[in-house]
Write a protein that binds this ligand. Structure first.
Ligand code: GLA
Length: 679
């Protein structure tokens, strides 16, 4: 795609940390708005996202616009000192447009065209959609581009949420153009995809189709390229809107990504450099996850955001104060969780906490979604905690603009690897990318070790420990960068299936894990995926589930061996020392204990320190600027935790330490005694 515009110099939308949420005044009578701004002031709200789904309420008919309510809303917010993150409302095309041009809607793999009535019901290749969307964005930018309340542009909403893939004829044509640009010639496409198999050689561009249908076995190269193309097609739409906005306005531009623990619907890491503020929507998942697991998922997502936003704060653009409404059973947050979860994001680099949405909607699809101001109003427990959080964020103003202390551990995560792992005729179709990378990140989190989660293109120079979990698709450049970590004395961990394929999805021959086999001094000649419920014993007392391999040593030593199955006696976990560095291979899906044991070795060997020593579930992260540092302590457990930490607690306003108790479920943020910045 086009050259990125890093937002390093973009002004932050608020003075200090941002606090607020999506504000949809168009759903309410005007009299309610006065109540809204009064209560926003009470809660300490300083930023709202406005107009996200307001295309149809402004452009009420083709090229006929009623700006009155939006003028009024922006003016009211401005008068009350609340900054506006103004959305281009292109996520939800108006009904009149979809009725006149039903071809705007995306087509699913089985040929079904989405009907009107949802959101993101548009295909990024639809010229009609693009024309209407940009026309409206142009009008919006002209009208409000230099309004003093508007501090951030918010393009669309969760691009890819609902329209991540479109299989229509326009998309097929767009895919072919994208392939031409990527590969240069049809012959190169045939070579990259290995189309000799099943006689699928292409003799003309028109023969190439998106992976339509339901048979579930597309050529892996075609499949991967279609995923990449789909991500780029949506990014192209974002960039087209951004370009229009920037024509009329100097206000920074962003869009809200959806980054969680596993592979994402589009490759947001490649989008992040095109946003002035890297912004994420994060919702804690499914109700039956125990405390600790929920928060770990949050920490992993936040570490991914930091990996996409190196050296600058990012923004939690949406989260929830309680149950969302799109899960099967929507769990409410327990008392304390609104504060703890929000500050968990701040600890890991978000310069604010925003929610969907300000006031709960009475009507419409999301009427039972939680909000900052719930249906029960200000006498609700949620409202009290929203006000409390606002107070905390004000107390943390001096933290704004500080950086999370540089991590010395990194994990490489790539959506393309996740896509490859979970589609097609795989040796095991139930492996989960999110589960595998989550297991390794979790073990570090449990030990209070900060780990940047970075996309493959990231420079690895500053890291002493690099973890590479099931990175199935790897180009030569990434493999070389990982090897360089070991060559300069660092520690690398590679887990099964990593490096098995090249960037086109073709298997690297000569022994698994192809791209890393030389580095690891170990290789396997055969996969042994396990059946449901089957476990293989290991000689350290642990067990493997899901995945094992027959491994051969070629310079490495066996640290753990298989103890049962036909692999008994063979290496399961290996280590090769290179000078001061070492390269570890884990050929099996280990249980949490086994992962923990390996991580203990890795930390001891690499010298990567814990932020402090505490029980699992006590999260500790430091943010700093120059010689000023802030230690975030979040207790996700049900017991009070005592840790060796001292300073002035910005939340309680008290000096604490040298031993500090963090109450069960509580949070402290300590301004620590001054000490020289490291390095
Ligand atoms: C997403 C959307 C919001 C809202 C929430 C509900 O994050 O961006 O508009 O639908 O989900 O959780």
């Amino acid at each position: 795609m086009t050259a990125a515009t890093p937002g390093a110099t973009a002004p932050w939308p608020t003075d200090g940390l941002s606090y607020g949420g999506d504000y949809n005044p168009e759903q309410w009578p005007r009299v309610v708005w006065d109540d809204d701004v009064r209560l926003m002031a009470e809660a300490g709200v300083n930023l709202v996202t406005l107009g996200v789904f307001a295309w149809g309420t402004v452009e009420v008919a083709d090229d006929v616009r009623d700006w009155s309510w939006l003028d009024d809303a922006i003016g009211l917010l401005h008068a009350h000192g609340i900054a506006v993150d103004l959305a281009t409302p292109t996520a939800a095309p108006p009904s009149w447009l979809l009725t006149a041009h039903p071809g705007i809607a995306p087509v699913l793999a089985d040929g079904y065209r989405e009907p009107a009535g949802g959101r993101n019901a548009w295909c990024p290749e639809s010229e009609v959609y693009r024309r209407y969307a940009l026309r409206h964005v142009d009008a919006l930018a002209r009208r409000y581009g230099d309004h003093p309340a508007v501090r951030l542009w918010h393009v669309g909403n969760e691009l890819g949420g609902g329209n991540a893939r479109c299989y229509c004829d326009d998309s097929a044509a767009g895919f072919r153009r994208w392939l031409h640009a990527r590969h240069g010639s049809l012959e190169a496409v045939n070579a990259a995809w290995g189309t000799a198999q099943w006689g699928h050689r292409y003799g003309a561009w028109e023969e190439i189709m998106p992976p339509r249908g339901r048979h579930g076995a597309p050529n892996p190269g075609l499949f991967l390229d279609f995923e990449r193309y789909s991500s780029d097609a949506l990014l192209a739409h974002y960039l087209a809107e951004k370009e229009v906005l920037e024509r009329h306005s100097a206000v920074p531009v962003t869009t809200n990504l959806m980054v969680g623990a596993g592979a994402q619907v589009v490759d947001y890491a490649s989008w992040a450099p095109h946003t002035a503020v890297v912004a994420n929507d994060h919702y804690t998942l499914v109700g039956d996850l125990p405390a600790g697991v929920r928060e770990h998922d949050l920490a992993l997502a936040a570490d991914r955001m930091r990996g996409m936003s190196p050296g600058r704060p990012w923004l939690l653009m949406e989260s929830s104060t309680g149950g969302p409404s799109w899960q099967r059973r929507n769990r409410a947050k327990d008392p304390g969780e609104i504060v703890r979860h929000s500050l968990g994001h701040v600890a890991r680099g978000s310069d604010g906490a925003m929610f969907f949405q300000w006031r709960a909607s009475r009507a419409g699809a999301e009427q039972f979604h939680s909000a900052m101001l719930p249906h029960a109003g200000t006498r609700s427990r949620v409202w009290q905690e929203v006000v409390e959080l606002g107070g905390h964020l004000r107390a943390l103003q001096e933290v704004a603009g500080t950086a999370v202390e540089p991590a010395r551990a990194a994990m490489i995560v790539d959506d393309a690897a996740g896509w490859a792992l979970q589609h097609g005729l795989m040796p095991h179709r139930e492996l989960s990318y999110g589960r595998e990378l989550g297991a390794w990140h979790r073990a570090l989190w449990d030990r209070q070790v900060l780990c940047d989660v970075v996309p493959p293109g990231t420079a690895l120079d500053g890291y002493d420990l690099v973890v590479v979990p099931t990175l199935m698709v790897v180009d030569d450049d990434t493999a070389a960068r990982v090897s360089a970590v070991v060559a300069r004395g660092g520690t690398v961990l590679v887990t099964y299936l990593s490096g098995v394929c090249d960037a086109h999805g073709q298997v690297r021959t000569g022994g698994f894990p192809g791209a890393f086999a030389d580095l690891l001094g170990a290789w396997s000649d055969e996969f042994y995926p396990l059946q449901d419920g089957q476990a293989v014993g290991l000689d350290d007392g642990g067990e493997a589930a899901d995945w094992t391999e027959r491994v051969h040593l070629d310079g490495a030593e066996a640290v753990v061996r298989y103890a049962t199955s036909s692999l008994a006696g063979g290496p399961a976990v290996t280590r090769r020392r290179h000078g001061g560095g070492s390269a570890w291979y884990v050929s099996a899906a280990l249980g949490a204990d086994g992962v923990g044991r390996v991580v203990d070795h890795l930390l001891a060997e690499s010298g990567v320190p814990r932020v402090l020593e505490a029980a699992p579930g006590l999260e500790a992260v430091r943010r700093r600027r120059d010689d000023r540092s802030y230690l975030f302590l979040l207790n996700h457990t049900d017991d009070d935790q005592k840790v060796a930490a001292a300073g002035y607690d910005l939340l309680s306003g008290a000096d604490v330490g040298p031993l500090t108790v963090v109450a069960a479920g509580g949070v402290r943020v300590l301004r620590e005694p001054r000490r020289p910045a490291p390095g």
